[in-house]
Design a protein around this ligand. Structure first.
Ligand code: NDP
Length: 435
């Protein structure tokens, strides 16, 4: 996670992240909602009030959330747990861990997504049984409550992993700060629920479409219509999330699930950072009802869809080539592969396949390019008055370039000479010819 053996630097980095990220979510919300989305207005505000006092003035009123916010969060959590348990879905097994543990999932993500979105649209936006747009009005309180909830939840997970872990990939390092940050268990289960499956998919990813729909509804309430910029942005984001849930089982093969333990880094990230930052462009657009011309809208939609297609296909190619033990056709010919060997944590020899074909031949993490381009397409409708709508794209680029490096380190350790051979044949990490 941190590329240093210096424990002082590592601890300082963790403290900085834990202290800075929660106020960042609140400040971003405040700037978008009350300062016209302008960072220069924010700097003026902080210069006038002083940094600490200014942050205090923004955060204090929403620090503990509100009754309404806690109620909304509770209903959402209970509803998603219910869907997770009740909706039918095939039992699927995730990748076996180095210590031989096989996580199990119920594959009903897409059904849960459809039911959630449909009921939200019907009850909150059509029949008005609850007021969907009020989520925008209470969003600061919701973020305040989510911060408190996830700090506490991470503490609970810390102790759970220490004393009653759900998988053999667990344990402490002796550094409480690091263990709280990184987690003590890879696959915690509570009441039979796979915690990371719930937090990452059914909470974080599911909150995203609901929030942006609520923001679109708020714009409708304020201006009597939904602008074309909001429509393009929300459409692309909904499509992105729909694809995510359609291939939810593929997510169980990703680093979030296979590598990241259930600590502050991933749990706070999916429970607070995702609802706050991933929805920022739509939140900003509420008070900026920009009308786009049809050609620009079409270019954004077509480019966005192609970006999603490339990254989804890349994920699919990897899963399918392994499922078929290398006997798989890509773009009309038999896929070129490297048959790699590695030794797991128990000292057993294992075999795996590295694909050197299709999208995996272009760059080792070319799907990150599609990911970033797609996000740019749903940010560009906000045009260029402020930087705020591009905050997510900037963050995503930093995250994914860092992740490409992390994954290379992991794969080099795991596959040794086989990874070196793959790197020789596919020399670039993310963007061919550049990086
Ligand atoms: P990958 O899905 O690429 O998973 C990386 C793993 O794939 C490696 O650790 C290795 O695992 C395996 N692998 C690497 N090279 C090859 C190869 N040539 N052939 C076959 N397998 C290979 O990465 P991520 O988990 O980072 O991303 C998954 C998806 O999620 C991407 O589409 C990404 O864009 C998206 N994403 C989105 C984020 C967001 O916030 N919006 C954040 C992060 C990711 P093994 O040990 O099994 O060999």
């Amino acid at each position: 996670m941190f590329y240093t053996n210096n424990s002082f630097v590592r601890n300082a980095g963790i403290i900085a992240i834990i202290l800075l990220t929660p106020p960042a979510t609140i400040i971003l919300w405040y700037t978008s909602q009350y300062l016209n989305g302008s960072f220069s207005a924010l700097f003026e505000y902080l210069a006038e009030n002083g940094l600490i006092n200014g942050i205090h003035k923004i955060w204090a009123p929403v620090f503990f959330g509100s009754k309404t916010a806690w109620l909304m969060i509770t209903i959402f959590i209970l509803f998603e747990i219910l869907l997770m348990k009740l909706l039918p879905g095939k039992r699927i097994e995730g990748p076996v861990t180095p210590k031989g543990f096989t996580p199990v999932y119920k594959n009903n993500g897409f059904a849960a997504f459809l039911v959630t979105i449909f009921l939200f649209w019907l009850l909150g936006m059509q029949l008005k049984i609850f007021d969907a747009s009020s989520i925008y009005d209470h969003f600061g309180e919701i973020l305040g409550a989510l911060n408190i909830f996830s700090w506490t939840f991470c503490l609970l997970l810390y102790f759970k992993g220490k004393y009653s872990p759900g998988s053999p990939e667990s344990g402490t390092t002796g550094n409480v700060l690091f263990d709280y940050y990184w987690g003590t268990d890879l696959y915690p289960y509570i009441f039979g629920i796979n915690v990371k499956h719930f937090t990452n998919c059914r909470f974080g990813m599911m909150s995203w479409p609901l929030l942006i729909l609520a923001f679109a509804e708020k714009q409708h309430e304020l201006y009597g219509h939904i602008s074309s910029s909001m429509l393009v942005s929300v459409f692309l984001q909904l499509l992105y999330v729909a694809i995510f849930f359609y291939y939810e089982s593929g997510y169980f093969n990703t680093m979030d699930i296979q590598e990241d333990r259930a600590g502050y880094y991933i749990i706070w990230g999916v429970m607070v950072w995702v609802p706050s930052v991933y929805t920022l462009t739509a939140h900003y657009l509420v008070k900026h009802p920009i009308e786009l011309n049809n050609i620009f809208s079409a270019v954004l939609i077509i480019t966005g869809v192609l970006s999603f297609y490339s990254k989804t296909e890349m994920n699919r190619q990897r899963i399918n080539v392994r499922k078929n033990n290398g006997d798989y056709k890509i773009w009309g010919h038999k896929a070129k592969i490297i048959r790699a060997e590695y030794t797991n944590d128990k000292g057993e020899k294992r075999k795996s396949i590295l694909l050197v074909d299709g999208w995996w031949k272009i760059a080792r993490h070319f799907h990150y390019t599609g990911e970033i381009l797609g996000a740019l397409c749903w940010s560009l409708p906000a045009l260029f008055d402020n930087f705020m709508p591009y905050f997510y794209v900037l963050y995503l680029s930093v995250l994914l370039f860092h992740r490409a490096r992390r994954d290379d380190v992991k794969c080099r350790i795991k596959y040794g000479k086989y990874w070196d051979e793959y790197c020789k044949r596919v020399p670039y990490k993310v963007i061919p010819g550049i990086f």
